[in-house]
Design a protein around this ligand. Structure first.
Ligand code: NAD
Length: 479
């Protein structure tokens, strides 16, 4: 069976303690590779390599760094098929999704920050007759990047790219549930001419390798995407060490639908915003609020479309949903369907496992629609992170807003209306870091990305990410 390796100091290597964990293929439920279960000893090696590389990488001109990162981006593009196959197999997502979203986006992430850094400028503040201030933006040093399993290379590169572009050296850990594409990345970085030690990629469980990254005194900043409970732990651990923290955490996003929306467009987008990537996107709209006058029409047509949605092996071109990421995750999602019924909900579609012929042990779930729940029950307050949505009618704008803002989360929100004034009014009032009006998941990499409340601290994207990965230093010169 294939054994993956860590990528440290420009070379693939085995974990110091020789411990491995199984890596499952969600589509078949079978183990298909093993990955290092790295420990603090491996993190120590990675930090030593990064420390040695930092003076080289940080003193390169931005154009030199940019050229290497453009090559890295092109290297992924050149191996598109290999990356797409690997991502789909590792995560269970339809091959078409990996081919159209995940891997092209990883290519764009590297290309975007490789070019953004060339245009990045710091501020200067003139004091008339007194002097001038200018603010240097220095790389921080060694930074830690920790990412989740839902959009593996997409989110891994979303952190690594700005960190590297800003001149930092990186110790990174992808999710142990989806390690494969970041394993492949080491080879591409090497081919792109990335100096040894600049990018170090470790595999293994959060409680070992992840924890050691968070606790290492020489790692000065942590960029983390994952669950809110893990984020809380990281914040508690890193805060006394005065580390810079960027935390992108969970969500329970509302999708508010008014009667005056473009119904056809809303319906097909709502199908995607509910179930894309098996509902495992932090931005999926899992609580659908529908104005009462169109509630029955929406319910009938939405459920019809959901009933007709194909759940199949990720390689099947007909598949709209593939497998969810793991057995424990599948069980968690099903436990929420059970809870929803206990809380008085009615399952209108789905709610159960799908057995795909030839892949009987795979983790397939029917997309699920539930109605009849109060907005404040657990099903409507806790993150499920699977193909499960609830639908709830509302009578007034105020009621919709109150229900939308009622959770502890504040990541994203979607709003469907053709009333311009209302659209802006509600967008302004929603507790969300990102609001989409008459659309969903349209991403411009220059915009701030992230959430408020328990959805996180800080923002990624564009200048926000470059600011996070640099230390400002103000210099005053007297005239
Ligand atoms: P998770 O928190 O279990 O794991 C995320 C990463 O953290 C993994 O690499 C894991 O190994 C590591 N980790 C776990 N414990 C750790 C510890 N003690 N110290 C250091 N690292 C540790 O999350 P997950 O299950 O992989 O991902 C799903 C969650 O991610 C959902 O809550 C989802 O909403 C969230 N998410 C958020 C965003 C966003 O942008 N806000 C994007 C994607 C996913």
């Amino acid at each position: 069976m294939e054994r993956l390796q860590n990528f440290i100091d420009g070379a693939y290597c085995d974990p110091v303690k020789g411990q491995y964990i199984d890596n499952y293929e969600p589509a078949s439920g079978k183990v298909y590779s093993q990955i290092p279960n790295s420990t603090e000893e491996d993190v120590e090696l990675a930090v030593a390599a990064a420390e040695k590389a930092f003076p080289i990488w940080s003193s390169m001109s931005t154009t030199e760094r940019s050229a290497i990162m453009v090559k890295l981006s092109e290297g992924i593009q050149a191996r598109m098929d290999e990356f797409v196959q690997a991502e789909s197999r590792d995560n269970g997502k339809p091959l078409s999704l990996a081919a159209h979203v995940d891997i092209p986006r990883a290519v764009s992430n590297f290309h975007f920050f490789a070019t953004a850094i060339v245009h990045y400028a710091s501020e200067s503040h003139n004091m008339e007759g007194v002097g001038v201030n200018y603010t240097l933006r220095k790389p921080i040093g060694i930074v830690g990047c920790i990412s989740p399993w839902n959009l593996p290379l997409y989110l891994f590169s979303w952190k690594i790219a700005p960190a590297l572009a800003a001149g930092n050296c990186v110790v990174a850990k992808p999710s142990e549930i989806t390690p494969y594409t970041s394993y492949l990345l080491g080879k591409v970085a090497k081919e792109a001419g990335m100096p040894d030690g600049v990018l170090n990629i470790l595999h293994g469980e959060g409680k070992f390798a992840g924890d050691a990254i968070v606790k290492h005194p020489k790692i000065k900043a942590i960029s983390f995407t994952g669950g809110t409970a893990t984020g809380e732990y990281i914040a508690r651990t890193a805060a006394p060490m005065f580390k810079k923290l960027s935390l992108e955490l969970g969500g329970k996003n509302p999708n508010i639908i008014f009667a005056d929306c473009d119904f056809k467009e809303m319906l097909s987008t709502t199908l995607r915003s509910s179930f894309a990537n098996q509902g495992q996107i932090c931005l999926c709209g899992s609580r659908i609020f529908v104005e009462r006058s169109i509630y029955d029409k929406f319910k009938e047509e939405f459920v019809k479309r959901v009933d007709g949605t194909v759940v199949a092996h990720p390689n099947n071109p007909e598949a709209k949903l593939g497998a969810v990421v793991s057995k424990p995750h599948m069980e968690k999602v099903l436990s929420y369907v059970k809870l929803a019924k206990e809380e008085g909900g009615t399952v209108l579609s789905g709610g159960e496992r799908v057995i795909v012929e030839g892949y009987e042990d795979g983790y397939y779930l029917r997309p699920t629609v539930i109605e009849g729940l109060s907005y404040d029950c657990r099903t409507n307050q806790e993150e499920i992170f699977g193909p499960v949505v609830t639908i709830t009618p509302f009578d007034t704008e105020e009621e919709a807003l109150m229900m939308a803002n009622s959770t502890k989360y504040g990541l994203s929100a979607t709003l469907w209306t053709s009333n311009l004034k209302r659209a802006h009014r509600i967008a302004n009032e929603l507790d969300a870091g990102i609001v989409w009006i008459n659309s969903w998941l349209v991403r411009d990499l220059r915009t701030p990305f992230g959430g408020m409340k328990a959805s996180g601290v800080g923002r990624e994207g564009g200048w926000e990410a470059l600011r996070f990965f640099t230390e400002p230093k103000n210099v005053f010169v007297k005239y």
